[in-house]
Write a protein that binds this ligand. Structure first.
Ligand code: NG1
Ligand code: MG
Length: 538
């Protein structure tokens, strides 16, 4: 079980990369960040925490409905060089960065300026009793706009509140230096890479990673990082953190979230090359969350309850049931049980091919599904307005006049089926015929793109165009990857045809026309599955 493995802590770069030879192309970057840390903070770093970005091959916007997904880590990553500072006696703490748990964080990229922040301890502060939440520490995170340090703070939040609960137990002050090669806002999950690396950096500098009583596992780090990332204001599922932490260089990673987090390595056909191409439209998920990402989370959750009602299933009034759970209850699965892929495939197909989802439609005068209004949606949920608000709206800000429940569920169920089919092809091959396997995988990716674009409405004109051009340039399949609304595409290209493919896309996609050499390689490049997060102890 990958989830039960300990977080790797290495003491040489050869271990980090599997061999001294494999570490060669990367060593300069690791040495640079360590040297620069020493120059800026006057001592060597104690650790470098590393977390990679990921590409999602298939299974978009279904992780928060608790259906399985199939991503792989990429070799682009975030590195955080870090070291604790000695906590001075209280009379010598004359500046903010001397306080317990204070953080000084810098970034090698000049665009991201130095930040200093100090967590507030609710234990020591004179906060009225009723204001004290269950959590012991507070960090001010801006959830309205995208700020780089928010991800560093988010990673710290859970470490503070999970590991510093006793009154005597104080976090050390820490210095951090960040460098990243995952393009931001591109659907390759630079955000999860930042949160995971930050979580690891704070665990390591506080000596919490390999305590004698308890060695942290990959599964535990996924859970902690998932909760941490939500602090930034996007109610994301767990795909990115799981991929960043549990990936393996030999294969893609099938991640299941239900009934518990589990990951399985899925080998990819040997002739399959996945090429990432950036649409160059920046996807700012934080600022657009209320109209895009978080709205989709609410739509799929409310749809799950309405569907459950119409299927005659009993759901507790305050329960935020997911679509995966509804499918399980419908099939007669008991809590904590997993019906397995064959039964899941059967149940999902049955629901999609019946008229059972029609309950989610709202027909307008022309007979087309216009989506339902807030009022109609509350009525359909069978809940009072007060309870509806509490369960579905109190924790999130959304903005919409109509909610597209039918389209969203149709996407989620069909996408979950495509993930199962994709895995089957990878695990069994199509009677050993590689060309046929690639064609089938490509078809599934194209169907996924169509569904993201038409049903889930998370594509954009540039992503639609770039995936179309990719197919014309020789990809057997092409789709957006990550949340969408901008960012990257992933295309499946048969081995040996990658150079010609890249050339053709460069000639036809407008924003690439003037790019050459390294600049072109920054926006369109082949990738293979990379290794998961680790800590390097210097
Ligand atoms: P990106 O766009 O890579 O951050 C987001 C979510 C995932 C998943 C995908 C859509 C975060 C951190 N991650 O990915 O959990 O829902 O969108 O499949 O927001
Ligand atoms: Mg992200």
């Amino acid at each position: 079980m990958i989830a039960n493995e300990p977080i790797p802590v290495y003491t040489t770069l050869a271990e980090v990369f599997g061999s001294a030879e494999a570490s060669l192309p990367y060593a300069a970057r690791w040495n640079d960040v360590a040297k620069e840390f020493e120059k800026r903070f006057g001592r060597k770093p104690s650790y470098i925490a590393r977390a990679p970005g990921r590409v999602n091959l298939i299974g978009e916007h279904i992780d928060y409905a608790l259906f399985g997904v199939l991503p792989a880590a990429v070799d682009r990553d975030i590195l955080i060089a870090c070291a604790p500072r000695t906590l001075l006696p209280s009379e010598h703490r004359t500046e903010a960065h001397h306080e317990p748990g204070a953080v000084v964080v810098e970034n090698l990229h000049p665009k991201y300026t130095r930040q200093i922040f100090v967590p507030a301890s609710k234990k020591s502060a004179s906060i009225p009793e009723e204001e004290v939440h269950a959590e012991a520490w507070f960090l001010d995170i801006n959830t309205k706009e995208l700020r780089w340090e928010s991800y560093v703070k988010a990673g710290y939040y859970g470490v503070l509140n999970q590991h510093f609960t006793g009154a005597e137990d104080l976090p050390v002050p820490v210095d951090l230096l960040v460098t990243g090669s995952v393009p931001a806002g591109s659907g390759l999950s630079s955000s999860a890479a930042m949160v995971v690396a930050s979580t690891l950096a704070f665990l390591a500098t506080n000596g919490k990673l390999d305590k004698k009583e308890h060695i942290l596992t990959k599964g535990e780090l996924v859970q902690l990082s998932m909760r941490n990332e939500k602090r930034v204001g996007v109610n994301s599922g767990g795909m990115d953190q799981a991929a960043s932490i549990m990936s393996d260089p030999s294969s893609a990673l099938q991640i299941n979230f239900y009934p518990t987090l589990a990951a399985l390595a899925v080998p990819l056909p040997t002739r399959a090359v996945f090429v990432i191409a950036n649409s160059l439209v920046v996807s700012d998920k934080v600022s657009s969350a209320k109209r895009c990402y978080n709205l989709r989370v609410v739509e799929t959750l409310v749809a799950a309850r309405i569907l459950a009602n119409s299927l005659g299933l009993t759901i507790g009034e305050k329960e935020k049931v997911t679509l995966r759970e509804v499918v399980g209850l419908y099939q007669g699965e008991t809590e904590g049980q997993d019906m397995g892929p064959v039964a899941l495939e059967k149940t999902l197909s049955e629901l999609l091919n019946s008229d059972k989802l029609d309950i989610l439609k709202a027909f307008g005068q022309q007979g087309c599904d216009l989506g339902v209004t807030m009022e109609a949606m509350i009525k359909m949920s069978g809940l009072s307005k007060a309870i509806f608000d509490e369960v579905y709206l109190s924790w999130v800000e959304i903005e919409a006049t109509h909610f597209q429940l039918y389209k969203r569920v149709k996407h989620v169920f069909s996408e979950a089926l495509r993930v199962l089919s994709f895995q089957n092809v990878c695990l069994q091959g199509l009677a050993g015929d590689e060309a046929e396997s690639l064609t089938r995988l490509g078809e599934l990716m194209n169907e996924s793109q169509e569904s993201c674009s038409q049903l889930f409405e998370c594509s954009c004109p540039e992503l639609d165009e770039l995936t179309r051009l990719a197919r014309e340039a020789g990809a057997v399949g092409s789709r957006l990857t990550g949340a969408g609304w901008g960012g990257c595409t992933v295309s499946l290209v048969p081995e040996g045809q990658v150079d010609a493919f890249v050339r053709k896309v460069k000639e036809t996609y407008g924003p690439y026309k003037s790019l050459e050499g390294q600049a072109l390689n920054e926006v369109i490049f082949a990738t293979k599955p990379g290794r998961g997060a680790c800590v390097y102890k210097l």
